[in-house]
Design a protein around this ligand. Structure first.
Ligand code: SF4
Length: 441
């Protein structure tokens, strides 16, 4: 259980020197208890006190790293708007070792195609979960090796048989796969295998009480690189388990549940499966294993994940420089917008659809949309005129017409005055650009 501020205070040096950034040891203790400070900020804590305070100073959910840059956990809040979520849910595609060689090859090709671009950012699927459905250790090892050879993304080796995992893991240790699952029946062998090879391991039990018992037994083996699986496969039960696990870890700092959690989809109809996965991405799976690998199915899930895992205090932005759409020339129109990615890419998409090669100049508004930027004084005529000069647009086109969003028609007079260009008021919404562009010719 988490220590209270007063319990933490008893362990502190009580010098009240302020070197930790707050004036007194008591204030520091309160900040530690609420997760707003790190114990390392105090240079005078003794080793004995550090040990005693471990539960108060450790992150509520341990960061577990595996494979190619996959980081699970290390989250500090229940709700994104409280601060932010840090590590996007790792998405893995289920690959059964019962697939024939031809089916396996086709599946791997499909997985390779899972690459996306959205609002200027590139995404690929994160990993492959190789599952020992065949119960044949040799086939499992062969399929794992084939998958590893075909892709460098993260790997999960999943079998109830520690010997099968051991055989598949041996040639792949350098890839640092996640392995599992350690259950009540095999946890000693599975956890020791993970410990010997320094790879993380899934701890799986049916229900939270059993999971608590199993985690404590696994910790007693001297290893803590765990990912939890509460065993449920129905959406409602899994959502309840994921929520309880996150609340207990964050609010109560309950150490046995201070690890990231993995969820497995159970729906076999792909669109229902994706809906199920969206529930787990939203609350609170650090990794989700999916059966479908069809691009059209996975794209909405990745879009949702991107939306949830952006920092609400740092909107996604594009470079506030001159962008060209199509083969621009001296007659190409110039559109002004803001550098908020969603705004910019909405405009860019419509300009592209208009099939008129055009310039777009996104103004640096700290990633805010047009009306927000205008209201905050970040989309002012002087600033737009300066950006037009800085990007050298006057040397690229022979006309002197600049198109501004309809929502800020009010700035057209001033912008014309400070820029010397004719200001054309464009549509309010980017969806009006295609029909608006016809009036330009
Ligand atoms: Fe107390 Fe340590 Fe902070 Fe100094 S640095 S005020 S001793 S907690």
């Amino acid at each position: 259980m988490a220590l209270t501020g007063l319990e933490i205070y008893k362990q502190l040096p009580k010098k009240n020197c302020g070197e930790c950034g707050v004036p007194t040891c008591l204030a520091f203790a309160m900040a530690l208890a609420s997760g707003k400070a790190a114990l390392d900020a105090c240079p005078y804590v003794t080793e004995a006190a550090r040990e005693a305070l471990d539960s108060a100073s450790a992150p509520p959910i341990k960061a577990i790293k595996f494979g190619k840059d996959s980081v699970l956990g290390d989250e500090t809040v229940l709700f994104r708007h409280d601060k932010t979520f840090y590590h996007p849910t790792t998405l893995l595609i289920y690959v059964s070792d019962t697939l024939s060689d031809e089916e396996l090859s086709a599946k791997l090709q499909e997985i390779k195609g899972l690459e996306f671009e959205r609002v200027g950012l590139q995404y690929t699927i994160d990993g492959v979960a190789i599952v020992n459905d065949s119960n044949d250790a040799a086939r499992f090892a062969k399929v794992a090796a084939t998958v590893a050879e075909s892709t460098d993304i993260s790997l999960l080796l999943l079998s109830d048989n520690p010997e099968a995992v051991k055989a598949a893991l041996a040639p792949l240790v350098a890839r640092k796969p996640l392995i599992g699952a350690a259950t009540a029946d095999n946890y000693e062998a599975m956890v020791n295998l993970a410990k010997e090879n320094s790879v993380p391991v899934i701890i799986k039990a049916d229900g939270l009480d059993a999971l608590n018992d199993l985690v404590e037994k696994a910790v007693a083996l001297g290893y803590k690189e765990f990912v939890l699986d509460p065993g449920s496969r129905k959406t409602v039960e899994t959502l309840a388990n994921l929520t309880h696990l996150r609340r207990l870890a964050i609010k109560k700092k309950f150490r046995p549940f201070g690890y990231p959690v993995i969820a497995f989809t159970s729906n076999t109809e792909p669109l229902e499966e994706i809906m199920e996965a969206t529930v787990y991405v939203a609350k609170y799976a650090s990794a989700v294993v999916l059966k479908t690998s069809v691009k059209a199915h996975v794209l909405p899930l990745m879009t949702l994940r991107q939306n949830i895992y952006t920092d609400p205090q740092k909107p996604i932005q594009v470079e506030p420089t001159l962008h060209s759409v199509g083969n621009v020339n001296e007659n190409s129109p110039l559109y002004i917008t803001t550098n908020f990615s969603l705004t910019y890419y909405s405009v860019e998409g419509e300009v592209e659809t208009s099939k008129i090669p055009s310039y777009i100049l996104p103004i640096d508004t700290d990633g805010t949309s047009v009306l927000t930027a205008y209201a905050a004084g970040k989309f002012e005529p002087e600033k737009i005129a300066e950006a037009m000069v800085a990007c050298g647009i006057a040397d690229k086109v022979k006309h002197r017409n600049v198109i501004i969003p309809g929502y800020v028609a009010v700035i057209s007079g001033k912008l014309a005055e400070v820029s010397g260009w004719k200001v054309v008021v464009g549509p309010r919404e980017s969806s009006g650009i295609v029909s608006f562009s016809k009036s330009l010719s």
